[in-house]
Design a protein around this ligand. Sequence first.
Ligand code: ATP
Length: 240
Amino acid sequence: MSGDVLLEIEHLSAGYSGVPVVRDLDLTVAAGEIVALLGPNGAGKTTTLLAVSKMIPVLAGDIRVFGRSIRDRRSHQLPREGLAHVLEDRSLFFQLTVAENLRLGSPSGRPDLERTLEYFPQLQALMDRRAGLLSGGEQQMLAIARALIAEPQLLMIDEMSLGLAPLIVERMLPIVRRIADETDAGVLIVEQHVHLALEIADRGYVLSHGEVVHQGSAAEITSDSAMLESDYLGNLGETS
Ligand code: ATP
């Protein structure tokens, strides 16, 4: 892990129709580290990721990706510069095959499948299957694999576990750890399985009502039983 700071969010306000739902948020992600963004429904986690991708405007504060403010950049430029964002809905093309979906993730149209399939070997046998026919877990693997094809330096994954059986989530989160370790990408994950997320994360931020109410190393948050059982995380920590 080189430790270069890849994402710096400073005093961010972001929201919808000019109304902030995230306020005064500070957050960083360095190369090779996994940062978990935690908190109850509606806390502003997805909104934060959307602001980093410039899919919604920054109302106040600043976001720097790879050392440069995103103020003068457009959302379609950021993926080419090394930012990948796996959206909550996974955004797959259901009518297209796995291979075609992967090709669409490649800037050159010629994806380096070998490297990506090292992380998700299960996709190899599914190359000709339509994405819409995959199981939820396979679709999530495909969504992350498609993001990896572009060899991102900064990877954001929103609710990877949404709709997945806990067993599948338990298998997939360590793969995210491997990706961070082996590619030195910085990873920002929004995850409802708090305990599992903290097992693979280096640091975490807890959001509530659009504000950071707690932050620290994953070990600190894990050992803070009052925090884990609080209203912020208490109903989110179930792993089964
Ligand atoms: P969840 O697990 O529910 O997705 P979250 O922490 O990701 O939680 P956000 O999706 O960021 O929460 O939502 C934060 C707030 O912004 C919520 O009150 C939500 O209703 C509101 N919100 C989200 N999307 C929109 C939108 N497109 N227009 C207006 N308000 C929105």
